[in-house]
Every structure is written in structure tokens, then in C-alpha cells.
Design a protein around this ligand. Sequence first.
Ligand SMILES: Cc1cc2nc3c(=O)[nH]c(=O)nc-3n(C[C@H](O)[C@H](O)[C@H](O)COP(=O)(O)O)c2cc1C
Length: 248
Amino acid sequence: MRNPVTDCLLNHRSIRKFKPDPIEPGKIDAILHAAIRTATAGNLQAYALVVVDDPKRLKEMKLDSAPAALFALVDQYRLKRWFEVSGTPFYNDQAANVLISFWDATIALQNAVVAAESLGLGTLYLGTVLSENVQEVLGAPQYTFPAGLVLLGYADETPALRPRLPLEAVVHRNRYHVPTDEEIRGFYREEDARYEALPEETKAMLRKKGVTNRAQHRTIGHYTEELIRRESEAILANLKRAGFRFTP
Ligand SMILES: Cc1cc2nc3c(=O)[nH]c(=O)nc-3n(C[C@H](O)[C@H](O)[C@H](O)COP(=O)(O)O)c2cc1C
């Protein structure tokens, strides 16, 4: 079963090469309206979207490979201000608030991505934003935290659809089915074969780093323990700087 919406979703691919052409203001507007129409916890919209399309600002942020960037932030600050002007206490500095706002912010961002792709634009998520200091980079106040970042622009490449795991690797029916080792090997058969298909010289280079299969390639060969520790430290520092508390 399919329709134009599912066709658009099934056609998604990340774009890493954009044309310099600016995005028409009407298109950005349509994308933002679609973004904020998404469901939002308590209808509080505890998130902020920051559109960056000033070429100078994009360059400063090293995001100038695209004509526009869209940040999604957890934003409990705006609520705090509303509570203050209304004489209501603020206690939305806790884990529940961070997580629910993170959810809000990222579904709004994904709505923006779908709208952008449906309007003929290319998109790229950048996970590195989680460790960015948005207080410094965007002048964002306390009680804000980066939840997502997407580059937007007209694609200057047409990459092939990237592979996905088989549905049964990801989808569970009625309860979580804990897979056997054999099932795990089956889920990852094609993924594992991607390592085998690498050129011999690449594999020889990787072997020197102790990488002999695809899973090792994705861990010690790329997302290293050191990298993840550094990102995590920066993320925790971000939460702390923003004023969110770690204990209830
Ligand atoms: C949360 C998230 C973070 C991502 N971060 C990056 C990134 O920092 N750099 C990058 O080049 N791609 C990034 N991507 C894009 C993924 O690499 C891409 O979605 C994945 O390889 C699948 O390719 P596809 O989107 O073309 O299907 C990110 C995607 C998501 C959803």
C-alpha cells in the first residue's frame, strides 16, 4: 500500500553535497509551519527551532556546505519566562522535562525534514550538535539544550538508497523477542558482507587497527570508546551549563 506521503518517506536519503542556491522564503515558511503542527507534549511546545540562513553565520558555524541549517532545541526557558510573568513556580529543570522536550524537538525537526523532502529539498542530520555549546554558538539562554540539527538545501548529488536491516530485526510483535545468536547473524548478514566487500588494501589497513569485521569497523574503527566518552562528557556539561539538574 502506498500514497504520496509514504512514497516521500521511502525515498529518503541523506544529502551531503548541496547546491549553493538559497531556499525560497516561502518554502522555509511552509517547512516551519509543518514542523510546529506536530504533536507536542501537553501542547506546551517546549522546544525552539533556530533557522540559520545568514551565509556569514553558517560559515562561522562550519555549516556552510548548505544554504540553511535548522537547529531544534529543548526549550524550557520560554516556559520559565511565561511562568514568571504569570507568577507560577518553575520546576521544569528535571530529567522528565529534558526527555519530553527532547522528544518534542526531534519530532518537530523530523516533520521539517519530511516537509523539506516533499518540497524537493535535500536534508542531512548532524548528530554532533548534541555536544555543541548552544549558549555560545546561538546565544541560547539557560534551560535550553541542543536536540537536533539538520542541513537543508537543494541536492547536488543523487545517492542511492542506503540499506536498512530487515524489518524483523527492528520490529517486535506484541512483546520484545530476544533474538538468538543465529537470528542476530541473520539480521546482520548483509551488513557483515559489506566489510568483506571492502578493497583488500582497506582491509589490510584496518587489520593494523585490530579491525577484522563490520562490527569492529563500526566500533573501534569509527565510533571509538574515546570519541563516545568525549561526546558524552560534552553533553553532560551542556545539560549542567543549561541549569538542568541530575537529581530529582
Ligand atoms: C540522529 C542522527 C545523526 C546523524 N549525524 C550525522 C552526522 O553527524 N554526519 C553525517 O554525515 N550524517 C549523519 N547522519 C545521517 C546518517 O549517517 C544517515 O541517516 C544514515 O547513514 C542512513 O543514510 P540515509 O539517511 O541516506 O538513509 C545522522 C542521522 C541521524 C538520524
